[in-house]
Ligand binder design. Structure first.
Ligand SMILES: Nc1nc(=O)c2c([nH]1)NC[C@@H]1CN(c3ccc(C(=O)N[C@@H](CCC(=O)O)C(=O)O)cc3)C=[N+]21
Length: 298
């Protein structure tokens, strides 16, 4: 069997087109959503990523407000900026790029963001709302994972889903979303016994561990759907480098029914979902009804 390659780039482009339509609707009422992105330090990969978010925010018709702060920025200074952004009525979404330098406590920063503007969905209020089935801003990468799975699966109800990784950013929220879709969810992690056997039980496998190609072909149940969240840069010969996922793609594709590539899988969905969350926040803050931006499933 050779698996279907799930085209995250194409699904993300169609989601961004829906976002742009929703932004045009808001513009007719004089509303232009604004997304503030805060980057502390000058990590080159983070700069590239923030740049591409800015470009796509503007392409969708929204305002992008960048705050590039030096690596030595103190926690109090960052918290003061967040306070200003919370109060600024032109700002609908606030994203503080992670990781933060060691002198800043990320959990305190996340707690300081107004949950109504928390387009990353990392604030405990949004995490709690997601866990209890209330309307929430939901983390972007997990939403992207579920959207991609739904492009090849008519329903996730009753499926055995295995999530490898238990971070607050991906593992836990993607498990909550899959549970809300009525999958039977197992969250595996570094202390899980016989991880290959646990993975082999999965109809739907979500890999979010951050270890290059850790998940091998013979860990995949025949006919499974595999969503690879990992984005790992590995050094090749002669100073070259390439991106690989947490799943050994070629091996896994020999067993799976469908699989997301890296690059071109979950990554582009993360940014598209961030734009969608910004529209969602802009509407909710003004008491406007929610619009469906999800790409039509199946
Ligand atoms: N507060 C916060 N929110 C985030 O959502 C967040 C963050 N901090 N810190 C960094 C990570 C990383 N991240 C990516 C998003 C898109 C791609 C992406 O679009 N990747 C493309 C291209 C990759 C390339 O060519 O370099 C792909 O996978 O096809 C990658 C990485 C969001 N993050």
């Amino acid at each position: 069997m050779t698996a279907i390659r799930i085209d995250g780039k194409a699904v993300a482009a169609s989601l961004r087109a829906r976002v742009a339509d929703a932004v045009a609707d808001l513009a007719r009422d004089g509303v232009v959503p604004g997304l503030a992105v805060v980057l502390v330090g000058d990590d080159p990969a983070s700069r590239v990523y923030v740049g591409s978010k800015k470009k796509m925010t503007v392409a969708a018709g929204m305002r992008s407000i960048d705050h590039m702060l030096p690596a030595e920025t103190g926690e109090a200074e960052l918290l003061a900026l967040i306070d200003r952004l919370n109060r600024d009525d032109d700002v609908d979404g606030i994203l503080v790029q992670l990781p933060l330098p060691p002198q800043i406590d990320a959990s305190r920063v996340i707690l300081a963001i107004d949950p109504a503007k928390d387009v990353d969905g990392f604030h405990p209020v949004n995490a709690g709302r997601l866990a209890t089935g209330q309307p929430a801003l939901v983390p972007c990468t997990p939403v992207g994972c579920v959207m991609l799975a739904k492009t090849v699966l008519p329903s996730l109800a009753g499926l055995d889903a295995v999530v490898v990784g238990r971070s607050n950013i991906v593992g836990k929220p993607v498990a909550q979303l899959l549970l809300a879709e009525s999958a039977t969810v197992t969250v595996a992690h570094s202390r899980t016994r016989d991880l290959p056997a646990v993975c082999r039980s999965a109809d739907l496998l979500v890999a979010a561990v951050g270890r290059p190609e850790m998940i091998r072909g013979d860990w995949i149940k025949p006919g499974a759907v595999v969503i690879d969240v990992g984005i790992n840069r590995i050094e090749g010969e002669g100073g070259t480098s390439r991106l690989v996922g947490d799943v050994a793609y070629d091996e896994a594709a020999a067993h799976a029914a469908a699989i997301t590539p890296v690059p071109g899988g979950v990554g582009p969905m993360t940014i598209a979902c961030l734009l969608a969350n910004t529209v969602k926040a802009a509407r909710a803050r003004r008491g406007l009804p929610e619009v469906v931006l999800e790409v039509a499933a199946f």
